[in-house]
Design a protein around this ligand. Structure first.
Ligand SMILES: CSC[C@H]1O[C@H](OP(=O)(O)O)[C@H](O)[C@@H]1O
Length: 367
């Protein structure tokens, strides 16, 4: 995506794959800073500390983490160690395990001397594939937005609510939930986006708003608790969110608060769509609430906020009394029954085993 006229991806190889460059997303929106990750541990920290985040980007970063690791130690022990370090960084987004399993399958059969080059090539392919998947999601999602626009007066604003950040910053490029929005905006449709701030890490207020600002997409940042109110007052034409893991039955695990948005959408007859790239489907689980591990992050993410002071300094502030404990589940699961449709790179389908089987027949067990 372009930032001030310069085309960016969220991650890129350096030093012939012995290092990778990233955008440090913990510094946005107040500072656009890049970092060089030149060791397995630096890559692992970038994922666990959310310098990079978003299911597809976590997978892509892990793939590059394997390439960086192979450049330093391509032995069988080195391969296993790299896998274990990276797979333990964050538990919920299935893209992490998918990418690591993919890399290990490509590398394990090779002689150690060939692994570094093979890892670089496969990691680059994972990134290019992600970009293509997301652009295809954008195209299919644009069709949904056009259908919604057809039901409104010519030129009437189309209001879309999104939660967290599932934009190009959450992927290698294009994004998932925001890809249809970029396509619609670029096609000249009168799009407006309600941006959930998305406590506690404020991926909406800090990242989605920054993305939409950079691309010139009209938007309004709102508190997480305002979405239902706008739906009740006919101010939301559709909801579109991302996903960190979708089950074979169509249950969707996404940023905490997504489930509540889906309940409000159902109650108000607002179409609720999930942008879903194939690698985010976990074909081994069915019941998302029972089976998907929910990451519990530090309570300090709830009790403290990072931002810019009126004097322009970047600082942390504490918003709770000393001694007040805080709980911080990072995701929740939206049951398939609350989802209008899944927007994938292969087309749009119902959130159901049958819907997914129709688009991904190679992954569904024979009847
Ligand atoms: C395109 S998937 C983005 C997905 O990832 C986010 O989680 P996090 O920022 O903690 O990595 C959020 O669930 C987004 O919907």
């Amino acid at each position: 995506m372009r930032v001030n006229g310069t085309a960016w991806r969220t991650i890129w190889p350096l030093d012939d794959g012995r290092a990778v460059g990233i955008i440090d997303q913990t510094r946005l929106p107040h500072a656009f800073e890049t970092l060089v990750l030149s060791s397995l541990d630096e890559v692992a920290h970038a994922i666990s500390a959310m310098l990079v985040r978003g299911a597809p980007l976590i997978g892509a970063t892990a793939a590059w983490g394997m390439a960086v690791a192979m450049a330093h130690d391509a032995s069988d022990a080195g391969l296993d160690h790299a896998y274990q370090v990276l797979v333990s960084t964050r538990p919920t987004a299935i893209n992490l395990r998918w990418a690591l399993d993919d890399m290990k399958a490509h590398l394990a059969p090779l002689p150690a001397a060939e692994r570094a080059q093979a890892a670089r090539a496969r990691a680059a392919q994972v990134c290019d594939e992600d970009v293509a998947l997301n652009e295809a999601i954008g195209t299919h999602g644009l069709g949904i937005i056009r259908q919604i626009a057809a039901g409104k007066a010519a030129g009437e604003r189309i209001n879309i609510l999104t939660h967290c950040n599932a934009g190009w910053l959450a992927t290698v490029d294009w994004g998932t939930a925001l890809a249809p929005i970029y396509k619609a905006h670029d096609a000249g449709l009168p799009i407006h986006v309600w941006v959930d701030e998305t406590r506690p890490r404020n991926q909406g207020a800090s990242l989605t708003a920054w993305e939409l600002n950079s691309h010139g997409v009209p938007h309004t940042v709102i508190v997480d608790n305002a979405g239902g109110h706008y739906m009740q007052h006919g101010q939301v034409d559709m909801v579109i969110v991302g996903t960190d893991r979708t089950t074979a039955q169509g249950d969707v695990c996404n940023k905490i608060g997504t489930y509540l948005k889906a309940l409000a959408a159902k109650d108000n007859g607002v179409p609720f769509y999930v942008a879903l790239p194939g690698p985010t489907i976990d074909w081994t689980v069915n019941d998302g609430v029972a089976e998907i591990p929910i990451e519990e992050r530090s309570g300090a993410e709830v009790t403290r906020l990072w931002g810019r002071t009126d004097e322009g300094a970047l600082a942390w502030v504490t918003v709770t009394p000393e001694g007040s404990p805080a709980a911080n589940p990072a995701f929740d699961v939206t049951p398939a029954r609350l989802i209008t449709g899944l927007i994938t790179e292969r087309g749009v389908c119902p959130a159901s085993a049958q819907g997914l089987a129709g688009l991904y027949p190679e992954n569904t067990p024979a009847a």
